[in-house]
Design a protein around this ligand. Structure first.
Ligand code: NDP
Length: 307
């Protein structure tokens, strides 16, 4: 089967650059949106040039220029968007509504993967303020995609390992401590951590797979379903030393959260749902068609469900 041509939007981002790499590695003709609005951001420009050296094609286009998006979309079969959606960096999820309009007008796209890659927003209808904005905005985009009749796959990638594991699941830390760790509650809620390069590889693997068409794809590596205590144990074994442990209760966590700025509060809300409520691992994936696929890649099991 001929491999789809892919357009990656947000290609210089934290996840986007990995999607470009994975798409090229898996032999797809890969296009990356080059936004003139990048201006003199030398790091982005150099990254784009390095993509080009690796075989990607750069295509000019801007969210402020509808026709440029339509023209870019017309070059390919599949569009993957990895636009920003983390408030402490930038949150532009709703800009994708412009992309949905362009894809609808172009009319040639076989699959659109919007910027999701986290907790399944469809399961977060009772999420707390202010962090629920992430899920609400992603649901607005989903509705627009489905209303426009655009074929899609939603990738629920759970926790990016870099953000969560690096700091032993302590908000605000991305490097592990060597002496002391603060457990969120009893530290026993299970979460799911996925390496960002794996997220990109699985995302690209799914684009030509008819089994994932119009479905949500959950990335749930069985060995990566861990509680905070289990994460800490792995680190303790590595450094040959036990960490001193304290814990922060749910009430203290929420009270402290309220003293933070808006962007921090959004992130902390997500930690709350993951680490105190166990929102990622406290449900079984419903497989209406009883289909379980295993891609043998770092022993990850991928489960599909109908949306
Ligand atoms: P980044 O913050 O790295 O930004 C990605 C890209 O968004 C940028 O490189 C840029 O693309 C584009 N962008 C930013 N602002 C604008 C704008 N004003 N106009 C047009 N384009 C813009 O994104 P992440 O990689 O951190 O996030 C990608 C997705 O992953 C999001 O949906 C996010 O919610 C999710 N995520 C999930 C996590 C988890 O733990 N599950 C953790 C982090 C993110 P360009 O290349 O064109 O400049």
């Amino acid at each position: 089967m001929e491999k789809s041509k892919v357009l990656i939007i947000g290609g210089t981002g934290y996840l986007g650059r990995r999607l470009v790499k994975a798409s090229l590695a898996q032999g797809h003709e890969t296009y990356v949106l080059q936004r003139p609005d990048m201006g003199v951001d030398i790091e982005k420009v150099q990254m784009l040039l390095s993509f080009k050296e690796q075989g990607a094609r750069l295509v000019l286009g801007s969210f402020n220029d509808h026709q440029s998006l339509v023209d870019a979309v017309k070059l390919v079969d599949v569009v993957i968007c990895a636009i920003s959606g983390v408030h402490i960096r930038s949150h532009q999820i709703l800009l994708q509504l412009k992309l949905v309009d362009a894809i609808k007008e172009a009319g040639n796209i076989k699959r659109f993967l919007p910027s999701e890659f986290g907790t399944d927003p469809a399961r977060m209808e009772n999420a707390m303020e202010p962090g629920r904005v992430t899920f609400d905005d992603k649901m607005v985009v989903r509705k627009a995609i489905q209303d426009a009749g655009i074929p899609f796959t939603y990738v629920s990638a759970n926790c990016f390992a870099g953000y969560f594991l690096g700091g032993l699941c302590q908000p605000g830390s991305i490097l592990p401590s060597r002496d002391h760790v603060v457990l969120l509650g009893d530290g026993n809620q299970k979460a799911i951590y996925v390496d960002e390069d794996d997220i990109a590889m699985y995302t690209i693997k799914t684009i030509d797979d008819p089994r994932t068409l119009n479905k949500t794809l959950y990335l749930r590596p069985p060995q990566n379903i861990l509680s905070q205590r289990e994460v800490v144990e792995v680190w303790e074994k590595l450094i040959g030393k036990q960490l001193h442990k304290s814990s922060i209760s749910k009430e203290e966590f929420l009270a402290t959260m309220k003293t933070q700025n808006y962007a921090e509060q959004v992130g902390l809300t997500h930690y709350y749902h993951v680490c105190y409520e166990g929102c990622l691992a406290n449900f079984e994936i419903e497989m209406r068609q009883r289909r379980l696929l295993s891609f043998i890649l770092k022993s990850t099991t991928l489960l599909f469900m109908n949306t």
